[in-house]
Design a protein around this ligand. Structure first.
Ligand code: SF4
Length: 63
């Protein structure tokens, strides 16, 4: 599972961090920072949740 992030779209709402703090964090500039490029399969549900919850549609899921 690969997480796709478009920092150009991120608005720093932090929903992704709440959904899965082992994968997403907020960088010093206030925008999303990916902690793990390819999270383990057991985190798929939480990562999908984060992708759905991003109001800026800045996140995606590759395979
Ligand atoms: S939920 Fe979306 S807009 Fe908010 S910090 Fe995460 S990637 Fe950025």
């Amino acid at each position: 599972m690969k997480v796709l992030v478009d920092r150009g779209k991120c608005q720093g709402y932090g929903n992704c961090v709440v959904a899965e703090p082992r994968v997403f964090d907020l960088h010093d500039d206030g925008l999303v920072e990916l902690l793990v490029d390819e999270p383990p399969e057991e985190l798929r549900a939480q990562v999908k949740h984060a992708v759905r919850d991003c109001p800026a549609r800045a996140l995606g899921l590759g395979d």
